[in-house]
Ligand binder design. Sequence first.
Ligand SMILES: Nc1ncnc2c1ncn2[C@@H]1O[C@H](COP(=O)(O)OP(=O)(O)OP(=O)(O)O)[C@@H](O)[C@H]1O
Length: 832
Amino acid sequence: MADDGMLLNFSIPETGILARPSLKGGNWRDRAAAKKAAANWHTKASARLSGDKVEKAPRKDTEKVANANRTELGQRTRRVSKSPDLQDSGERPVKRARVDGDFRPRASEKTPGTEPSTFRPQSNPGATQKPSERQTAPKGGKQVISSLFTYNPTSTTKPQAPERRQDEAPAEPSNAPLSNELDTFTSLGISTPLASHLLNKMDLKAPTAIQKAAISQLVKDDSDAFIQAETGSGKTLAYLLPIVQRLMELSANMKKRKEDDNVQRSSGLFAIIMAPTRELSKQIALVLEKLLGCAHWLVATTVIGGEKKKSEKARLRKGINILVATPGRLADHLEHTEALDVSNVRWLVLDEGDRLMELGFEQEIQKIVGALNLRMRGNKTRIPGLPEKRTTVLCSATMKMDVERLGQISLKDAVHIRADPSENEQNSGPECNNDQTFYAPAQLKQSYAVVAPKLRLVSLIAYLKRAFTRKGSVMKAIVFVSCADSVDFHFDILTSNLEEEKVEATKEEVEGEEDGDGTSKKPAKRPKAIAQAEPTKLSVTHAESSVLSPKSHSVTAYRLHGSLQQSLRTSTLAHFTKNNDAAVLIATDVASRGLDLPNVDLVIEFDPAFAREDHLHRIGRTARAGRDGRACIFLMPGPEEGYVDILKSDRKDNEAGTTITRQDADDILTRGLVTSGIATKTAYMDIAQDLQLNVERWALASPARLEAARRAFQSHVRAYATHVADERKYFDIKALHLGHLAKAFALRERPSGMKAPGLRTGAGRGDRTPAKIRGAANPDANKSIGANAKKAIDLDLPDAKDTEEAAKMRKAVRAREKFMRHAGMADEFNLG
Ligand SMILES: Nc1ncnc2c1ncn2[C@@H]1O[C@H](COP(=O)(O)OP(=O)(O)OP(=O)(O)O)[C@@H](O)[C@H]1O
């Protein structure tokens, strides 16, 4: 310096930028230690400015300073923050209690008007924001937009080197029809007319393995049976075919004896099939109707909740031979409909037994079985040819404790029927409690995506965009989310024209600035159309997805959940089934069980299922009856990655788990979003950031939308608390970073006042959403929002303050039950 002839005089004022902090709070020891360390720190900092090197202060002292400062800070704000440097170590960013309206940016972006940040942003090329991305805060200039790519937790299981994908030979389908020429329906005891009907009218050439095992047993024997097989293996026909075959034989015998022409609808009710949901009951009835095409004198009908009891009664009065029912409605008719005579019932099927129990139908089933026993014994005039004993068939994918209970209620000396006969020898009857016999279809290609909470929404969109890029590569996809509000939110996002709104919003923002006279700028106004933007009415359940549709073809988005009216759910499923073009269904678990939707190539579990069995049922909506299929589950970095162990247990043949592939967010975003130009390593970041901003603008465009996004977020978090106890180590609500997760719901901040079992209530403010926001201009929307708001109140789960694990578990189980009943999951089914 002296050489330059310049002397820089940096005078360091005592009370200036490096002033010693005045220390308050804590005990005297802390204060003394902190004072000493602060003195060190001061010397060090001064020396740094003057270019001198200072010996590193002992770590202990530094920590004490930090502690003392924290104590002081804590007294003022009760807030503790952690060094951002820690974020690089792969730890989750520390959650801090946030006071409403008090934001400290975690990222590089801050809206004008906010206080200067004392937080050091992590350098990241993708985090640089364009001026256009700077969002005007709605109120008070306190809004902060955090970058998508900063402070994300890093994966705990990411392989150092990219995984080498082995060219594995495609697995042999495990649920396909048998290919051996000797395995025909007639060889199992099915009559030639019925077998030709299967071939000619239903295009079914050969039985599947479970059909082979079940049909050969049930056509010749009256023993009770417990059928257990994987998803999509044809269980419906496995029990329907023997019943129809036996009734056709009964009819033929009657004819032979010239007692009657045939079995008539007035001859009596011979078989009852019970299913847990209306959808499933209707589906079974549809298959039955097709089968009865070759025995038109046999009449079947359904009695299910949600239908008019009066018309059901009228049908029952006319006479029926086979009845498909939900338990609640059947129990009701048994009590109140005299015309329902069950004294001749010789076949009782309990389909999806585990679900029947899970949904709490035990009492109804007990009542029904009791009534059947009583009336059968009381019937002295038996129809000739009708078996003496009733055969009860219980179908269940799993053999959990409650299925054992159902077996005790309904079965006696049951034969255990499985697709692989060698398994029958190892375990027999539902009393063998072995859940590890339920696997995913072998041909199903499974993968998991590790995606940080902030990136979830853009990654989902990117994943779907990629899936639908090429016409015909994916025809139909199902995206499972945890609750009805989340379905509505994602449906709205996918069916909105985000690009158009972006243009409108940007134009208006610019106009807002230019309108001013240079001295006082007019605030930007929202375009009229956007200001009135409302969430889509519940009556609309499908629409073109402009977000997902490529130029070459259109993709239709559907929604399905239990808050929709039954008729709407039925018509939505029918529309989705008949749609021959690309389509995506966003659904809760209402679509997870038993539904046979054709051409589903891809299942995405955007929110992991609440239990392993539910997960297997969900992914079982694809890869059915030997067809190909793909399934991908989204997991967040951290404890959720442990769920891969569960995925490995899905595979019967999988020792090392090599068949389950991993995908990372950067890969998903690059493949889905970078459609032109050079796909550099970070090219996806700007596009993803833009997409996220569009989504956030979209939500900000109207109070009703924002409210819907908040509700979706809140319901999602509450649902998160309801994972089964065994799996809660993967889905630990305490590890959830709510601020980050909020971004995946287009929210720039986490809503305050959340309650969920186990959730840390650091920001526990009351919900300050003005009442008028909850209502909307449109009366229809008002209605739906009102209904949902009511539901949100129903959903409010108690805070888990108990420390004992057992108490927590009980509470969470109760919470789950309550949530499911009220939120449209179990209750989705609108129980019969
Ligand atoms: N023998 C067969 N050959 C070809 N396809 C069949 C055969 N049997 C059934 N299928 C078809 O397989 C699909 C799945 O059948 P089904 O719904 O009965 O399976 P599932 O085992 O009950 O499945 P889930 O456990 O998911 O309820 C249906 O589309 C059905 O038409």
